[in-house]
Design a protein around this ligand. Sequence first.
Ligand SMILES: [Fe+2]
Ligand SMILES: [Fe+2]
Length: 364
Amino acid sequence: MHAITHSLRRRLLGAAGLAALTGCRWDFGDDCSGWDGSYSYAVPVVAALLDEADDCPENPYYAWDRFEAPPDAYCDGLDTAGAGDIVDVRFVARAGVECSYELTCEGYEECPGGRPLQRDGASVLATAMPRADWQTERAPSIAELSDEERTVLREYWFRAGTEEHSSIAAFHRVALELLSLGAPADLVERATRAAQDESGHARDAFALASAYAGTAIGPSALGLGTDVSLATDLVALAVSTAREGAINECLAAYLAAERLRRATDPAVRAVLARVVEEETQHAELAWATLRWCLAQGGSTVRDALREVFATMTLPRAEARPWPAALEAHGVLSPADECACLSACIERVLRPVAASLLAQTREER
Ligand SMILES: [Fe+2]
Ligand SMILES: [Fe+2]
């Protein structure tokens, strides 16, 4: 992880026009493990439907068939949660034929793969449908995998595919925003190329997901609706670029580098190698865009960026046994994934963000 830390930091500083500030040395360790904390959160209320005469089941673990959705869905369905596990259930109240509970889910903050299109704080993602026209020829070796491992890999890589697929839309929106704010041609062209890259990442991921599924699957229509809004001022563009590009694409590149380091399947390694390089370029584009926004917008933009960077928190997940086959196919355990994301925030993002904000203060 050491190499990716230095290379990403150097490239992002360069993209943000901060090469002059790289004289200082960052002296961090090189350990990507050891988190033992867990992250838990409460899901307000879930309801079980009863017959009039029945009592509320005290322990709904034994009565999940009465719930509107499988229990994991309540934890997994939260925007901020990755793979959620239920660790506690508390009965709250009965109202008519409904029993309400509060679940405590344990999970980890999810880092989107790349830059899915955002609307109202959530990613706009396609769902799965049978189709073979969103694939590349990537073919992982599946002979040694158990059914459970294939299921996990299919879900992981399909989800990754939908995030990459949505990122195509995000970069087309970025190109429109840059055009509407009079940005340099270089930034507009790079955003357009990035949309093309994301299409390649999506097709690669859907090819892997299809191989694990044993049947061709791809994305449904993307639910854009009629109101894809554009950032219409520099502050709005800088804020979305910082969140979705400068931070998230850096995290995606860093995580992909660690997944590549541990993966052994040749097809998965080829997919990840491409993702590492191109997500790094997308992160560089985001930092270059922030530099341009700051040059145009000055202190208003800088104050908004300071707020965004202050919200970066370190995700954690409890260590648990993890099948080697999943790592071989590019999927890290939640604990290792969180450790990598935290390392990226501490060793790359915070130093680069601090340099960017300090330089703009000096320039004033
Ligand atoms: Fe990307
Ligand atoms: Fe991507």
